[in-house]
Design a binder for this molecule. Sequence first.
Ligand code: NAD
Ligand code: WQD
Length: 367
Amino acid sequence: MVVGSVLVTGGTGYIGSFTALALLEADYKVVIVDNLYNSSKEVLNRIELICGKKPAFYEADMTDEAALDKVFAEHPDIDSVIHFGALKAVGESGEIPLEYYRVNVGGSIALLRSMTKHNVTNIVFSSSATVYGDATRFPNMIPIPEHCPIGPTNPYGRTKSTVEAIITDHINAQRNNLTKKGEPGAEKWNAALLRYFNPSGAHPSGVIGENPLGVPYNLLPLLAQVAIGKREKLLVFGDDYASKDGTAIRDYIHVLDLSRGHLVALNYLREKSPGVKAWNLGSGRGSTVFEMIKAFSDVVGRPLAYEVAPRRAGDVLDLTANPTLANQELNWKTELTLEDACADLWKWTENNPEGYNQQPPKEFVDA
Ligand code: NAD
Ligand code: WQD
């Protein structure tokens, strides 16, 4: 029995593919729109290998409103969208900010316009802990609660806070306008703004994982490249922070916990009609860069080469979530550990050194 139909933008990407899988496993129908800018269609086969179902797929650009109209017209059963599609490299966003605003903000406006025309009323949005900027500028804001004032420090982060504001304004306007006109359905307009901390890990089967098409810039994918021999060493960006070992602190959350967070947030919107809500999705546990190197080295079974380098521009000391609101309201908390994320990432890397440009792991094909 299908419980609902969901459009997933950016659904062939890292977090989108895990969420598509979680939705299919929960008996949702899934329709993906992605232009494959940073992903591969092969992930659709891999999802099918794991759960026996394949999402519908449209290769289309999110900024193309007519293309989105066509998708909604062909799937009138869709009542909700999970919106991952975006450009996400913080450094690059400082070099080509207009492109980031065009895709991330322009694509979101096209999506909201198309949703509205087709009466698709629930949206779950991929926001980011980066909207908080440096929360250590306030007393008592680490771990970071949702009421911490936002203050992104780079164009990518500003696209996320801008889209949060646009979604909030649009959902509230839809609710107010329908109520004023005395028309039904105001309560159907809902949004979840999910602020993720540092997504990490892969599927424990080793069949799906993160597959960045260019050079990775995140810590764990870089460490995995060192471990598999594609990179000589990791550069540790700064050991002069005010932390226990001098390196910066982040809240690493397993991508399976994160994708489950999307499912529970979507169910909450559909069942409780709360209007607009923001939730942190993090573990509440902070780890330093040195602790991450140790955790990943332990899984690999040998030390991994690193060298301390200067701080990276724009980095902050500590981004650790206070996930209490999601714990209480969504009944969601992380279940997997950092060690699980490292073990699953290593299995994915060993099985798929070339990512999706190769056959799936043999034991899966034979199964
Ligand atoms: P990803 O790059 O793997 O996935 C994004 C997907 O969007 C890709 O498949 C890409 O091809 C697609 N896309 C890009 N531009 C598009 C366009 N114009 N039209 C259609 N599709 C387009 O990234 P991810 O790590 O899975 O991130 C998913 C979302 O979560 C993004 O919105 C990102 O900003 C957000 N986020 C990511 C992290 C992280 O560290 N990975 C943290 C917080 C928030
Ligand atoms: C983690 C820690 C680095 C690489 C970014 C975005 C954020 C979100 C998640 C999208 C930091 C250190 C890293 C390296 C290092 N994405 N590091 N050497 O910067 O916390 O967050 O990804 O929304 O918005 O800003 O993640 O994995 O790049 O870095 O020492 O080669 O590892 O300094 O302390 P970050 P990251």
